[in-house]
Write a protein that binds this ligand. Structure first.
Ligand code: HEC
Ligand code: HEC
Length: 377
């Protein structure tokens, strides 16, 4: 993928591109038009729409309804939007999420604005595509709490608006595959850019404050942030999409015990029963990408997140352990949390108080107008 991305040649940040997406010739439904914001190259968007799930108006509209519908959860209390709230930049503002019956998970809810551009879904990339991801919260006991996917299908089959909508969008009854496809299609309309940073890059020199401009220099130079949150016009999300251990997980009291147990598994396959056992232990979520790959280098590693709209999605990190952006910056000044698997790119950076607050101002210049507007779409 990296190669294909690099091969995308983007002349400049274009003005809002209005592009038409072509529907399958077999699909008679109308193609959906996405208005891409300043800063997102249209080639990039098209590249991340899979051939077997083109956007149509019927599908996107169905996906939107499903996304906001609490009837998808076991007790009718939780929708996707409960934890990915449009008024909170599609995150939830909690340290860790709360699902049916007040049950809490172990991770912080990421914004799903621009999630379509992720190399994998979830902090640890355990789902490959948006389609695969979208059906997992339904049967997660700490999220929507359904026992099985068939339960959800049966429930939706009893709602006439849904049987009609699925027929229109997919020409078939409700299936788990089409639930995933419809929600994923809707999520591919949640594209966010047109921030002060984008307008600055497009030539409006007054779009960013002096402090934010100074912060952008610290970000690229002495702060060493672009080692991982890379700035790249062809892939403008301030993330290299690589999984790294910054030591956030090492802040957990069980981390050393868990890594010792993980190492003792040797080169076991991540799908083996030993892994399932390990993943049930208290705090095992902190092992991160390791639970997906079984690779010791992935212990405590999580995907470098996009920094767009980060101002609106406190608290921070995969476990919500940093309350503010200033706290995040302090974490980096000390070089993250030391531990044997810490990414080699991280080291203490000596930044003055002013440089630190400039960095925060820079991060705030990545907030899109649409995300700030509390748009309910
Ligand atoms: C109870 C809260 C909750 C509900 C309900 C919920 N999510 Fe999430 N979502 C989360 C959390 C927490 C994560 C991160 C989990 C992890 O990484 O292990 C997440 C991750 C994601 C991601 C991956 C984003 C990324 O950057 O990796 C997507 C996409 C997503 N959710 C979409 C959905 C959809 C679609 C639904 C409804 C079908 C849904 N979520 C329901 C809390 C929730
Ligand atoms: C070694 C790679 C690396 C470097 C260098 C790095 N980051 Fe990160 N950043 C990450 C990873 C990985 C995470 C997620 C860590 C976690 O939650 O376990 C992250 C998380 C963040 C978050 C929280 C985002 C959210 O949605 O929770 C912010 C903000 C952030 N980094 C800003 C910065 C700044 C500013 C710098 C420079 C001072 C920087 N990063 C340097 C890899 C890096």
């Amino acid at each position: 993928m990296a190669k294909s991305l690099k091969s995308l040649i983007v002349a400049a940040f274009a003005l809002a591109v209005s592009l038409t997406v072509h529907a399958d010739s077999a699909n008679l439904a109308e193609a959906f038009r996405v208005n891409l914001p300043v800063g997102i190259p249209s080639e990039l968007w098209s590249y991340f729409v899979p051939k077997d799930n083109p956007l149509t108006s019927a599908k996107v509209e169905l996906g939107r309804q499903l996304f906001f519908d609490k009837r998808l959860s076991a007790d009718g209390s939780i929708s996707c939007a409960s934890c990915h709230d449009p008024q909170k930049a599609f995150a939830d503002g909690r340290k860790v999420s709360e699902g049916v019956g007040g049950r809490t998970g172990e991770r912080n809810s990421p914004s799903i604005l621009n999630a379509m551009f992720n190399s994998g879904q979830f902090w640890d990339g355990r789902a490959e595509t948006l389609e695969d991801q979208a059906i997992l919260p339904l049967i997660n006991p700490a999220e929507m709490g359904d026992q099985t996917h068939s339960q959800v299908i049966e429930r939706l089959e009893k709602i006439p608006e849904y049987t009609t909508a699925f027929r229109e969008a997919f020409g078939s009854r409700v299936t788990i595959e089409s639930i995933g496809k419809a929600i994923a299609a809707f999520e591919r309309t949640l594209v966010s850019a047109n921030s002060p940073f984008d307008r600055y890059m497009a030539g409006d020199r007054s779009a960013m404050s002096e402090a934010a401009i100074r912060g952008s220099i610290v970000f690229r130079t002495r702060g060493r942030c672009t080692q991982c949150h890379s700035i790249n016009q062809a892939y403008p999300f301030f993330s290299d999409q690589i999984y790294r251990n910054t030591g956030v997980a090492a802040g957990h009291s069980e981390f050393n015990n868990l890594t010792a147990k993980a190492m003792s598994l040797g080169k076991a396959d991540a799908s083996s029963p030993k892994f399932a056992e390990l993943s049930r232990l208290d705090g095992a979520s902190e092992l991160g990408r390791f639970l997906v790959t079984g690779n010791a280098l992935d212990l405590g590693a999580f995907r470098t997140p996009s920094l767009r709209n980060v101002e609106l999605t406190a608290p921070y990190f995969h476990n919500g352990s940093a309350a503010t952006l200033a706290d995040v910056v302090k974490f980096y000044v000390q070089g993250g949390n030391d531990n044997p698997m810490r990414a080699w790119e991280l080291m203490a950076v000596d930044l003055t108080d002013e440089e630190q607050s400039d960095l925060v101002e820079f991060l705030k210049s990545l907030t899109s107008d649409d995300a700030r507007r509390n748009d309910s779409r």
